[in-house]
Write a protein that binds this ligand. Structure first.
Ligand code: SF4
Length: 309
């Protein structure tokens, strides 16, 4: 007989590691399989790919990767970020819509008796982890009572796998709030290493949000390419009405700007001395070229002629 499957949304952060640990512990006795689902999202900060692969391997858990950094999923995700049904958090982070998006993708794998789990903690994040938001997320994803949050399960309504005895509710937890103390104690108990909570999602950062807002003013969501998002991640950005300039902050960024340059854009640099590469996008005319050249000099340590490269 087919064993039911539990799909754990696994970002690699501490909470999702603990959720996976708790369910893996129950899975042998309760006879279900645990599968980790990791989403690669366009605005995630560089992931600790090896560390999350290693963790799943060490727990003998299969891991599926869903790549939303390109192709159709990228387009869908950008549309969602541009016009979220449930609005933004402090930055341009549409957390409720983002979670619904991920759950809807996972729902496609579900067969009879399967369920989903996440590392969400009640009250940990103001926008998407209060009780009502958690319920909205599972309802909108078409997964009512099929999303188990093992870290806070005892504070939430019973899910179907708990009702049916597939998961033992008594062995789940009742963590709530923003403090990470309990999770850190559990990490010690289970000997779980975890990445620092810094980083995460660029959409939550105010400066990044400004850059993204500007991009959405210049392009329709369906015109935005992965390259545009890569450019938002690097350099100093200067916005003008009909053009935009990006100044590389170091050698690596200068090289990336040159690689990502489109045919209708221009790169300016010092003629023979080291300095920043500057990418000019939008209208190429006297005024924009003058500004780009000024910025090359402004961020250079040397005096030299500025040339187009
Ligand atoms: S922080 Fe970013 S990745 Fe996480 S739910 Fe919100 S929008 Fe999605």
């Amino acid at each position: 007989m087919r064993k039911p499957k539990c799909y754990v949304l696994f970002s690699g952060g501490l909470d999702s590691r603990l959720a996976l640990q708790l369910l893996k512990e129950q899975s042998q006795e309760k006879k279900f399989d645990v599968i980790a689902i990791t989403f690669l999202l366009p605005f995630a900060t560089p992931c600790k790919a090896n560390s999350f692969f290693d963790f799943c391997r060490s727990k003998h858990v299969k891991q599926k990767i869903i790549d939303c950094t390109k192709g159709e999923f990228f387009k869908q995700y950008i549309k969602l970020v541009a016009r979220p049904k449930f609005g933004y958090g402090a930055g341009m982070n549409p957390c409720i819509d983002c979670k619904i998006f991920m759950l809807k993708k996972v729902k496609k794998f579900l067969k009879d008796g399967d369920f989903v789990a996440t590392g969400e903690v009640l009250g940990q994040r103001p926008m998407s982890q209060h009780y009502k938001a958690l319920m909205v997320i599972e309802r909108e994803a078409g997964l009512e009572k099929k999303v188990l949050r093992p870290l806070s399960a005892k504070l939430l309504r019973k899910t179907i796998p708990e009702e049916e005895g597939l998961v033992d509710r008594e062995k789940l937890l009742d963590i709530q709030g923003r403090s990470r103390k309990k999770q850190i104690m559990l990490a010690k108990k289970y000997n779980i290493n975890f990445p620092s909570p810094a980083g995460g999602c660029l959409l939550c950062e105010k400066i990044f949000a400004e850059k993204l807002k500007d991009l959405l003013k210049r392009k329709k969501p369906d015109e935005i390419m992965p390259r545009d998002i890569m450019l938002l991640r690097i350099g100093r950005h200067f916005f003008f009405e009909h053009f935009k300039i990006i100044v590389g902050r170091n050698h690596q960024e200068n090289e990336i700007l040159k690689i990502l340059k489109n045919k209708d854009e221009k790169i300016f640099e010092l003629k023979s001395k080291p300095g920043p590469s500057v990418l000019l996008q939008g209208e190429i005319r006297e005024e924009s070229i003058k500004k780009a050249k000024e910025l090359v000099l402004q961020y250079s340590k040397h005096e030299d002629e500025v040339v187009e490269k």
